[in-house]
Design a protein around this ligand. Structure first.
Ligand code: MD5
Ligand code: FE
Length: 206
């Protein structure tokens, strides 16, 4: 389903088995080398979402090869199976063969009350698409526009197993997660309560 040019939603793209395998891998990455944590923001306060990164570590507002704002540990590598999944995701969304080499993955965990405010992802220096995978509780995803944080936007329900690819003119649109729907995670997805979101990116950094 094309929500806007370059923004493609593929509901239930991941099988329930695949979801639980990915969730299990994320549970391991959440333990280290840099543990999952609430990212501290530059003006004080912290994000309600908890994050752990692969490949490149994101902090406000730059990428590093080491988790400088956690424990300084080198960031775990993006495994080949996850790069392959990213390539398959881009092909599923755009329907043709693509070269896509995700070198950064942000793993976000939302508990029942976590939210993400409207923002753009612009620390990457390529315009390659962002691949988003959702596991666990459903959420309301707010897809905006590249000009302003405010309206117009479209609210989309993202459910466990859904794929969303943001490319082309949608790559730098504002977006956020205003609400999690507790208790909506399907049995067997590997997440008991809360929502896991993986975003795969090509940073263009070296
Ligand atoms: C999430 N994560 O559901 C979202 C999925 C983040 C973040 O926003 O920065 O970790 S990624 C959604 C995204 C990425 C790039 C462009 C657009 C959306 N977009 O144009 O709407 O936890
Ligand atoms: Fe984002």
């Amino acid at each position: 389903v094309e929500i806007a040019p370059g923004a493609v939603h593929v509901p239930r793209w991941l099988s329930i088995e695949r979801q639980s395998e990915i969730a299990a891998a994320c549970r391991e990455w959440a333990r280290g080398p840099a543990p999952m944590r609430h990212t501290a923001m530059p003006r004080g306060g912290q994000m309600s979402v908890q994050t752990v990164c692969l490949g490149w570590h994101w902090m406000p507002y730059r990428y590093s090869r080491t988790a400088d704002d956690v424990n300084g540990a080198p960031v775990a590598a993006v495994p080949d199976w996850l790069k392959d999944l990213g390539r398959d995701a881009v092909a599923a969304a755009y329907g043709d063969r693509t070269e896509y080499d995700a070198d950064a993955v942000l793993i976000n965990f939302y508990d029942a009350t976590a939210k993400m405010g409207m923002h753009q992802d612009k620390e990457e220096v390529t315009d390659q698409p962002v691949v988003s995978l959702s596991i666990g509780d459903s959420c309301t995803f707010r897809f905006g526009n590249p000009q302003t944080r405010g309206k117009p936007y479209t609210d989309v329900l993202l459910e466990s197993g859904d794929l969303f690819v943001f490319g082309g003119p949608s790559r730098f649109a504002y977006h956020g997660v205003p609400k999690i729907s507790p208790g909506t995670a399907p049995a067997g997805c590997g997440i008991e309560g809360g929502r896991l979101n993986l975003t795969l990116r090509e940073t263009g950094l070296s």
